[in-house]
Design a protein around this ligand. Structure first.
Ligand code: OXD
Ligand code: MN
Length: 593
């Protein structure tokens, strides 16, 4: 048996389920050492020093970026690997048409062979962590076993990790069993397997965040969505934002956008000068766990305590709070480095420097056709770095949600903002959402794909059952949130964006807040409620009102074509397609002439 590095804590000894599981997997992976993470500052310093000495992390200039580091990953391992991600439910039909499936027996056998002896010469880090606010009845404990010090340090930023998780677990066997090994990073030996019925995840052959930080996509979305259906709640790919008006009233919204479509920017938005006196608070930028509380309202907690944000495009103009958040104690992955030891990526403020070291460590010159930063390069920081971090991040009950917002990246068809007629219509809008693909997942860019609730890559069970679960949630609520659809990405015939986006999205959010408060009339169209012409507050916005009208236009022909194009997607869902959604489609089609 491997040497133990850390003193055995009391609470760990009291949990025989945990120790016997760790021992069993250590016998399989055969590491030289086992290190139990306690989450302390001293441990962070020791692991960081180790990562620096082994070349896993490069220190940045401490004057510009105190306590911050750059990690370069293998060029074939820079995004989530959707084609190598599996839901291993007992029955294939329970994984549904949007997931890859492998039987649990086959997955355990196949990955068991890969894990066998895979950590020889390495350290196995035992990472106990909590997803959700401390002491919250909604929180879930996970334990990740990994041979990656980068994962251990990232999990410390992204989750509540170490002794506090062991305390929260106590002697219970109810925790997510996560096993991760970097392996040789060959895509032929890369598998990210989820076992919802066992509350377990086995991930082999990738060091990329979405594949390797098992608390995030694997537990907090894929496994949690399965648990949510069983237990009567929702795990969603949503940011959570609080908008405080000048009178001190805060309205909370949760919004689903596919990966790399601006969730982090929206969650950290700074309103334009017109909205003097307003304050926006970030509760979460990627994941929301939504529960109905005894008051009959839907409440949201952010299970994470850090951000793993897309770097390119982040600037003082697009997201000043993110720029402040990454100015210290940050971990960067696959961004470019300046000669002075700073960081750089495409879309950062100012001109690019004349020379850089690109994300692969190669010299780069201004004007080079190659990108200096990888398009899916990332920053990882604690949420407490964000000047707009909500004081309710750690609130065990979370925050009450007044509006749910669904938004894809659509060059045409979908108007800037539209409110659903009711819950079922809102669920239809979310369930049929489509978006043009981005760099956050391997694969082609810019292809339109249906992405229900922005959960297509993250729903841990049959997506038809998931839609039905959404519909069923209505019965649990006395005051369900109002549901809206937005599209910041509509383009004109020349291909230019019609809406400026970023902080200006506050103007749309304000309309949503007023609708929720019941203080604003809207225009009824066959497809939902939209702003009356001139109703959106455009004061101080330097853009032709006709362009905004174009962005907001509801065009019957485009919407009809979109509804018609749903047929194969609905057909794929077979008998798991909720009848209510099929009826919604026919209802809307019958109105679109
Ligand atoms: C993410 C993603 O990293 O959605 O949040 O890919
Ligand atoms: Mn995401």
């Amino acid at each position: 048996m491997a040497n133990r590095e850390a003193p055995v804590s009391e609470s760990k000894l009291q949990n025989p389920h945990l120790t016997s599981w760790v021992d069993e997997l250590a016998r399989l992976c055969k590491p030289d050492r086992v290190h139990w993470c306690d989450g302390s500052e001293g441990e962070r310093q020791r692991l960081t020093a180790l990562a620096v000495s082994s070349g896993v992390l490069l220190p940045l200039d401490p004057a510009q970026y105190p306590n911050s580091f750059l990690h370069r990953s293998n060029p074939n391992d820079v995004a989530r690997s959707e084609q190598l991600t599996f839901i291993c439910s007992k029955n294939q039909a329970d994984a549904g048409p949007t997931n890859n499936w492998m039987s649990p027996a086959e997955a355990y056998a196949k990955l068991g062979k890969l894990f066998d002896g895979s950590m020889r010469g390495r350290t196995l880090y035992v990472i106990p962590y909590v997803m959700g606010p401390p002491g919250s009845e909604f929180a879930k404990v996970g334990v990740e076993l990994t041979d990656s010090v980068y994962v251990a340090l990232s999990m410390r930023l992204m989750t509540r990790m170490g002794s506090e998780a062991l305390e929260a677990l106590g002697s219970s066997a109810d925790f997510n069993h996560g096993l991760h090994c970097t392996g040789d990073l060959s895509p032929e030996r890369r598998f990210i397997c989820h076992f919802p019925e066992d509350n377990a995840v086995w991930s082999f052959g990738s060091g990329y965040g979405g594949n390797a930080l098992l608390g995030k996509k694997c537990l907090a979305l894929r496994i949690a969505s399965y648990l949510g259906r069983r237990e009567g709640w929702l795990a969603e790919h949503m940011l959570i934002l609080g908008a405080e008006d000048p009178e001190g009233r805060t309205t909370y919204v949760a919004a689903a956008f596919p990966s790399a479509c601006g969730k982090t920017n929206f969650a950290m938005m700074v309103p334009p000068a017109r909205f003097k006196g307003w304050k926006l608070w970030t509760v979460g930028d990627d994941i929301a766990w939504l529960h109905v509380r005894p008051d009959g309202k839907l409440w949201a907690v952010n299970p994470e305590r850090g951000y793993f944000g897309v770097a390119p495009g982040t600037s003082l103009k697009s997201n000043p709070n993110a720029m402040k958040s990454v100015s210290h104690d940050a971990l960067f992955t696959n961004v470019a480095m300046t000669k002075e030891g700073g960081v750089w990526w495409e879309g950062m403020d100012g001109d690019p420097p004349d020379e850089l070291i690109d994300w692969q460590g190669r010299p780069w010159k201004k004007g080079s056709p190659e990108k200096a930063a990888q398009p899916n390069s990332r920053f990882t920081v604690a949420a407490s770095n964000n000047p707009a971090c909500s004081p309710h991040l750690d609130d065990p009950h979370g925050v009450p949600i007044s509006a749910l917002i669904f938004g894809g990246r659509r060059s045409s068809t979908v108007p800037l903002v539209l409110q659903s007629f009711n819950w079922a219509h809102g669920v239809f809008l979310g369930a049929t959402m489509a978006s043009e693909t981005t760099a956050a997942a391997g694969g082609k860019l810019g292809e339109l794909r249906r992405d229900p609730m922005a959960m297509r890559p993250f729903c841990g069970y049959n997506v038809g059952d998931y839609m039905q679960h959404w519909l069923d949630m209505q019965r649990r609520m006395v005051a369900p949130p109002k549901i809206f659809q937005v599209n910041w990405f509509r383009r004109d015939k020349e291909g230019a964006l019609l809406w400026p986006g970023y902080g200006e999205n506050m103007r749309v959010l304000k309309w949503i807040i007023d609708r929720v408060a019941g203080t604003l009339n809207a225009r009824e169209t066959p497809f939902g409620w939209v702003p009356h012409p001139g109703q959106l507050d455009l004061t101080g916005l330097d853009i032709a009102p006709e362009r905004v009208e174009q962005a907001m236009a509801v065009r019957d022909d485009e919407l009809r074509a979109d509804l018609e194009s749903l047929a194969p997607f609905f057909a794929d869902l077979g008998d798991r397609l909720p009848e209510a959604l099929s009826f919604q489609r026919h209802l809307l089609l019958s109105r679109a002439r």
